[in-house]
Write a protein that binds this ligand. Structure first.
Ligand SMILES: O=c1nc[nH]c2c1ncn2[C@H]1C[C@H](O)[C@@H](COP(=O)(O)OP(=O)(O)OP(=O)(O)O)O1
Ligand SMILES: [Mg+2]
Length: 299
């Protein structure tokens, strides 16, 4: 190749590399810039599919950080399902400043977070933290309490965690708390095949919430259970095993129900109703303990 042509090629190669570097920089900055503009939130969602890889690495770096509601949801939800911020914004708790019960829900699951916020409504001001907790093994109650201790030790503020099980009666309660791994390996469509050799298709969804704050010696447990049957997958496949669980008394699976209906009959709803009752009954205690702590720490 003549030296003149070689020079041209080098120049074109440099141009391509510069263009690539520029586009990486622009795409990395795009979310931050978009979120600060008036149409930021909606523009950001529109572009989230394009910038997903950049975001993923950012949200990993952010694991364990605390964040106030819709912002956290819009970040973690990228990994899971599209976000419905309008619902969340309506549901956010606005109470008299300094008198709200602030509770942090530790979870890595944006679907759970969305449901919990919906169900708790204005009972508390909900924050969330995607703390990287281990998937403990054992009895559902022990798993939930263990998770809660770990979360509280890290965050040192009132926390809730939950662990969800899907239990097949014909299998003595399995997969139970291990349903996450079964889902990962089989997918929700093949889960009903575990019951192929059994007439009994009955099952129950179990939710174990644990609550801990620094006035307690150990986490408190709130259990919710919804009975049903395992069916072939039907409905929106966005949330775990929802398409294969049909609660007793309904001809729809969880995945075919509106979120309003699921959130008034679900295992999660039943557990949270108990937690709500506890929180309402202990509100004054909670606020007093919290205020005393603030005075002590000079906040
Ligand atoms: O209402 C539900 N409807 C359908 N599927 C559900 C539901 N609730 C949890 N699930 C799935 C998520 C996970 O595959 C497994 C429970 O495992 P589980 O450890 O509790 O959840 P996770 O690890 O996703 O979130 P977290 O960070 O709160 O532990 O069942
Ligand atoms: Mg988990």
């Amino acid at each position: 190749m003549s030296p003149g042509r070689q020079g041209h090629c080098t120049f074109i190669a440099d141009l391509i590399i510069s263009a690539k570097v520029c586009s990486v920089v622009v795409l990395s900055l795009l979310p931050a810039v978009l979120q600060r503009t008036p149409i930021g939130a909606s523009a950001f969602r529109l572009t989230e599919r394009v910038i997903r890889p950049f975001h993923r690495s950012r949200s990993r770096q952010g694991a364990g950080r605390l964040s106030l509601y819709p912002d956290h949801l819009s970040r973690t939800a990228l990994e899971l399902t599209p976000v419905e911020p309008a619902v969340m914004a309506d549901d956010m708790c606005v109470t008299e400043k300094g008198k709200e019960m602030v509770l942090c829900f530790c979870t890595g699951n944006a679907n759970k977070l969305r449901e919990v916020s919906f169900i708790l409504g204005k009972t508390v001001t909900l924050t969330s933290a995607d703390v990287d907790l281990p998937e403990l093994q054992g009895d559902p109650a022990d798993i939930s309490v263990g998770k809660c201790r770990l979360a509280f030790n890290q965050l040192k503020q009132p926390v809730i965690v939950e662990d969800t099980s899907l239990c097949f009666n014909a299998l003595g309660g399995l997969p139970g708390p291990y349903v996450k791994w079964f889902l990962k390996k089989l997918g929700h469509k093949d889960l009903p095949k575990l019951l192929a050799g059994f007439d009994d298709k009955s099952a129950y969804a179990l939710c174990m919430f644990s609550y801990m704050d620094d006035t307690l010696e150990k986490p408190l447990l709130f259990e919710g259970r919804t009975n049903g049957v395992i069916v072939d997958a039907r409905g929106d496949p966005n949330f775990g095993w929802d398409p294969i669980f049909q609660p007793h008394g309904f001809d729809q699976t969880y995945a075919e129900m509106t979120k309003e209906l699921k959130n008034t009959i679900s295992h999660r709803y039943r557990a949270l109703e108990k937690l709500k009752t506890y929180l309402v009954q202990h509100k004054e205690e909670f606020l007093t303990a919290h205020a005393a702590k603030k005075v002590k720490s000079g906040e």
